[in-house]
Design a binder for this molecule. Structure first.
Ligand code: SF4
Length: 158
């Protein structure tokens, strides 16, 4: 089955700073999984490198419902680009039949529990993570600096 994956986890240099977030355990299983790489921020039309962004007045769910905005470090409102990137990512899931995703942590797009948002807990969903969950896509969040063993088994159990 195809699985969406944050491109930066595969070593693609799509991060805001022009780098990647390669996760070795993901690379090790790349030949066994039909990965569909996505970088929602690039799919939304943002450049690489780009100014990093935070979600203000909420998290990704708030952005999708129109109550929160995404603002970059230069003070520019990039909400529409984040929403477009989420929609394009979901489009790829629909086109390929992917029902699961492996997404990078701590991202205002991809994170499930990202610190870059204003919520009561200080953590929340990224915009793409929120849209994919709403659409019924199941998500594993990966910390590229942590231990990510048994990725295939975790996908199977999702
Ligand atoms: S975390 Fe998501 S949006 Fe950020 S660089 Fe990686 S794939 Fe792109």
């Amino acid at each position: 089955m195809p699985v969406l994956i944050s491109s930066c986890l595969l070593g693609i240099e799509c991060r805001y700073d022009g780098g990647h977030s390669r996760a070795e355990e993901i690379i090790e299983v790349a030949e066994k999984i039909q990965f569909i790489p996505i970088c929602p921020e690039q799919l939304g039309g943002l450049s690489t490198p780009r100014a990093p962004s935070c979600i203000v007045k909420g998290d990704g769910e708030g952005v999708l419902s129109g109550h929160a905005r995404v603002i970059n470090s230069l003070g520019k409102d990039v909400t529409e680009a984040f929403i477009k990137g989420a929609q394009e990512s979901l489009k790829l899931a629909r086109l390929t039949g992917a029902t699961k995703a492996i997404l990078k942590n701590k991202s205002p797009s991809c994170g499930l529990n990202t610190p870059y948002c204003e919520t009561d807990t200080g953590y929340g969903l990224g915009v793409t993570a929120a849209l994919l969950l709403t659409a019924g896509i199941k998500i594993i969040e990966i910390n590229p600096e942590g231990k990510n063993k048994d990725v295939i088994e975790k996908l199977r159990l999702l």
